[in-house]
Ligand binder design. Structure first.
Ligand SMILES: Nc1ncnc2c1ncn2[C@@H]1O[C@H](COP(=O)(O)OP(=O)(O)OP(=O)(O)O)[C@@H](O)[C@H]1O
Ligand SMILES: [Mg+2]
Length: 257
């Protein structure tokens, strides 16, 4: 199957870093993501993950190289990207004055879908994330985990080609995060969305990923760990611990300036 996300030789140089000179935040990043794949991008603080996310979201164009999402450039084709790429961030970014269902349906509202239809579609996704009965509650009445579930429903409601999870479980306790990651995986599998997971949490990468990319600083892929086949092995737990040590060693080996 062809790649839904195609990132080729992407580089980002900021006009001026702390010392006033050009600063390379992303050196050279190449990867692809096909439908149903979950590519986790892991790296130390300051290695350029958020810079990469901003380029994937089309907020900032690359200095060099190309990004294609479903054949479009996120920055140059920004308006056409609507509904194709959805993101879940560390904070839920719900609108406090809107009910759960009005938050979940916002992508459909922006796309001009009539209220009855968008409510019907939002209800489907709120059910999938376990929030039946909470449609007319407001964000302040929900726990952090429930709010993040609304954010996940909101992301999936437009049937995006690509879902981007940027430290999406970082604010949750480990047990809640684990459950939510499992539920999110099921939704990705069911919808065959291409997923990019940006995280500094190696456990998260090993739970979610079909592939883990480790970034050096400044960002470039220093190792790739394929997980699909070894996840099926009876000794997966041992394999996972081996990959965890490899990832840890690779991240740690990067100098930190
Ligand atoms: N607009 C900017 N201008 C200049 N330098 C920048 C700019 N944005 C980010 N940087 C620098 O680029 C580097 C990468 O930053 P980035 O925020 O992408 O890291 P990160 O991997 O997301 O880190 P963290 O895990 O802490 O969130 C940092 O050294 C940062 O200071
Ligand atoms: Mg960041």
């Amino acid at each position: 199957m062809g790649a839904v996300v195609d990132v080729q030789s992407v580089r980002k140089v900021f006009g001026s870093g702390l010392d006033g000179n050009p600063f390379t935040a992303v050196k050279d990043v190449t990867f692809t993501v096909a439908a149903g794949e979950v590519v986790c991008i892991c790296g130390k603080t300051g290695c350029g993950k958020s810079t990469l996310v901003n380029m994937l979201l089309g907020i900032d164009p690359p200095s060099e190289g190309t990004i294609r999402i479903d054949g479009l450039s996120p920055s140059a084709d920004f308006m056409k990207m609507r509904g194709k790429l959805a993101a879940v961030f560390q904070t839920d970014r719900l609108l406090p004055w809107r009910s759960v269902i009005d938050n979940a349906a916002i992508g459909l509202e922006v796309a001009g879908v009539a209220k009855e239809d968008r409510y019907a579609q939002a209800r489907v996704w709120l059910t999938k994330v376990g929030l039946t009965g909470w449609e007319h509650a407001y964000p302040h009445q929900l726990s952090g985990g429930m709010r993040q579930r609304v954010a996940i429903a909101r992301a999936f409601v437009t049937n995006p080609k690509v879902i981007l999870l940027d430290e999406a479980f970082g604010h949750l306790d480990e047990v809640t995060a684990h459950k939510l990651r499992q539920d999110c995986m099921a939704l990705i599998n069911e919808s065959q969305t291409a997923a990019i997971v940006v995280t500094h949490n190696i456990t998260e990468a090993l739970e979610l990923g079909t592939r883990v990319l480790v970034l050096g600083k400044p960002a470039r892929v220093i190792s790739t760990h394929e997980l699909v086949d070894i996840r099926k092995r009876p000794d997966w737990a041992i394999q996972r611990d081996r990959v965890r040590s490899d990832i840890f060693r690779n991240i740690d080996s990067e100098s930190f300036g």
